[in-house]
Design a protein around this ligand. Sequence first.
Ligand code: ADP
Ligand code: MG
Length: 414
Amino acid sequence: MFVRVVFTAILLGATLIFQMRHRDQAVEPVVTIFYFLIAAVFFLSILYGMIFQRVKRQALFAYIQIGIDSFVVSLIILITGGFYSMFSFLYLVVIIYASMILYMKGGIALALISSLQFAGLISLQFLSIIPFADAVEGSGAFNPTIMQIIYKVLITSSACFAVAFLSGLLTEQNRKSQHELRAMEDHVKRVEKMAYMGEMAAGLAHEIKNPLASLVGSIQLLREDLHYDQDHQRLMEIVLRETDRLSTLVNEFLLFARPPAGKPEMLHLQQAIEEITSLFERDTNHCKRFSLKKALDPDVHVVMDPAHLRQVLWNLLLNAAEAVSPGGSIALHTIALKNNEVSIQVHDDGCGMPPEVAGKIFNPFFTTKPDGTGLGLSIVHRILEAYESRLDVQTELGCGTTFSFSLKRSGKIR
Ligand code: ADP
Ligand code: MG
């Protein structure tokens, strides 16, 4: 909107200079129309500025504004000679900013609208419904032939579409790389935050771990030796259950805060995953029934600590199993990518997440489950850091969730 006002101001200046140079009667009507146009654009700009904040459908608003712009361009072309006008390049300007704001779709739409307007305009001129104005610098009373008309329209509209396509391509690329950049930024922020929190808390957790172990041991001994009644039995159970929970939490937390360095070794990815999933399917802790589908590339090797791979997949599979309703399905894919990496994806058709939840799931201790620790994904994140890999999530509320990460493939292929 701002650039439009600047442009119109320049046009106003140019018109003023033009009028001063040509003080004859012939150009008077054209200049008057120009002033009308300029006034109209200024008026519209003020109007846009006033309602801008209140508009809900911004894309539609942009389409309307840019559509009007293309109409104004057509008017400018009309009064500066139509067929002879040298202002048809203004369509290209409109198309370029249309695709900057509305992407490829907007650019192509504007190219179509502009071409139609130009074709209409020139046809009307050819049919003598609109005169060939020769107000501007004696373009002469030359009537072009039908071939010249068609040629001109074709050239102009091809230029429009070519510009729309090229600038659309650029803006789409730009949009993609910005998206990628944002994902990277989020990742780096998470890494920093986790490292910081980990440093602080790992020491504390470590200090808790040892006393807790002696506590559990002593209570178990006491339980065997002491004689007490039913009530005490119940209390004892609570003490044991809670200490158990506490030590799970501390262990998980340590895993997150100080992931063990691990001993990377060459793994046949398919075999490794088969082992992990068969253990997982036999685990009775998540007795909910789900079906696990696998599509694993047979020829992929990676260098990774098997315990790390197990921890990562286990946490992701566990979350998936907790997200699906009975009878739901989980799918595990490995896809060899062209850049010598392999993408590993865990997909479930479970509850999914709303955006406000999805933004927080990598925060340590963030959980939506009554007895969750909120550390599962943080642990995955920390482990993958060591392999320069990044955990990505795609989710839709009610439809399901896909977690994916990629690992470098190792040289031993086939
Ligand atoms: P926890 O499982 O202990 O809650 P996690 O770090 O594993 O901790 O997960 C954090 C949160 O992310 C979960 O509480 C849940 O809300 C969400 N989440 C993780 N995986 C999924 C999934 N596959 N489907 C839906 N929500 C998920
Ligand atoms: Mg979990």
